[in-house]
Design a protein around this ligand. Structure first.
Ligand SMILES: C/C=C/C(=O)SCCNC(=O)CCNC(=O)[C@H](O)C(C)(C)COP(=O)(O)OP(=O)(O)OC[C@H]1O[C@@H](n2cnc3c(N)ncnc32)[C@H](O)[C@@H]1OP(=O)(O)O
Length: 271
């Protein structure tokens, strides 16, 4: 039975069913542009996930024909003369903090990108752990097309690491759209299919993730984050060692081995 489970928002629709939260940006009239309320709700949602071990995975999508068109340019137009640098910085940081909360929350996030993912919307997609795209998906560093720097809200961190410096430079310097097929070839998205099929694929992917022990899944997301972050192989390998020791001493690991021998599914207790 799905419910909001305490995540009662206006611009973000959250449904929790079992161990999975499905979050949908819900401002289809403006292509789910990030207004102040939506940003606040996204930040609240992803921050609160840290204290919700009962929720083990998130599927993130957008209502209507787009994933997210980035910062809401109509709510408080960027470049408005009366705004102070401090004001602009505060708005900037609020969107950046959503991206950080997505990276820090222990649950893996599968993003379903349909239609446009522009500017801050592109950043949200990049901050997810896995991306699936509809055939009409198109993503761009829109910032550069409206007089801003394309190095914003994590895009200059994620994109070169994910697609390489050369393609990232092209996309960020031109603001050109990356279409679904090219994103698939570049490995930026894992699958391209119509929305209905992607929803099924997301469920199946999450179901496979939930086969992992709670600790194993959480530490895998941690280590993948560090791997993207750290330049040093030694640092990443040390983290792998530490994580594996932590998992190997759990009751869940003993249970998984017993379940394998007894040819049954493991019953994890997060211990
Ligand atoms: C820290 C973060 C910073 C940033 O994110 S900076 C980047 C901000 N974002 C952008 O610059 C992208 C702006 N939007 C667009 O370029 C286009 O849209 C798209 C490519 C995303 C989609 O184009 P199409 O499919 O032709 O749709 P449409 O007719 O342009 O938009 C449909 C309705 O959605 C509104 N809308 C679109 N993007 C935004 C936005 N970012 N803020 C507020 N409203 C937006 C439009 O105005 C329009 O509305 P109406 O039907 O009433 O004319």
């Amino acid at each position: 039975m799905a419910g909001t489970d305490g995540f009662d928002y206006r611009h973000l629709d959250v449904r929790v069913e079992g161990e999975v939260a499905r979050a949908t940006l819900n401002r289809p009239g403006s292509l789910n542009a990030l207004d102040t309320l939506l940003v606040t709700e996204l930040r609240d949602f992803f921050s609160r996930l840290a204290s919700r071990p009962d929720i083990r995975a998130v599927v993130l999508g957008g209502a209507g024909r787009a994933f997210c068109a980035g910062a809401d340019l109509k709510e408080r137009p960027l470049g408005e003369a009366a705004r102070s640098v401090a004001d602009v910085l505060a708005q900037q940081r609020s969107i950046r903090d959503v991206m950080l909360a997505m990276r820090r929350c222990p649950q893996p996030i599968v993003a379903i990108v349909q239609g446009a993912a522009s500017g801050g919307g592109f950043a949200l997609a990049l901050a997810a752990d896995v991306r699936l795209a509809t055939p009409d998906a198109r993503m761009n560093a829109a910032f550069i097309r409206i007089g801003l720097s394309a190095c914003d809200v994590g895009v200059s961190y994620f994109l070169p690491r994910m697609v390489g410096s050369s393609v990232a430079s092209e996309l960020m310097l031109t603001g050109r759209f990356l279409d679904a097929q090219r994103a698939l070839v570049l490995g930026l998205v894992s699958r391209v299919a119509p929305l209905d099929e992607l929803r099924v694929e997301a469920e199946s992917m999450v179901a496979d993730m939930l086969l992992a022990s709670p600790l194993g899944l959480r530490l895998t997301k941690d280590a993948l984050g560090l791997s993207l972050d750290a330049g040093s192989m030694e640092t990443v390998i040390a983290m792998e060692d530490r994580n594996q020791v932590l998992c190997a001493v759990t009751e869940d690991f003993r249970e998984a081995k017993a379940a394998f021998v007894e040819k049954r599914a493991p019953r994890y207790r997060n211990r």
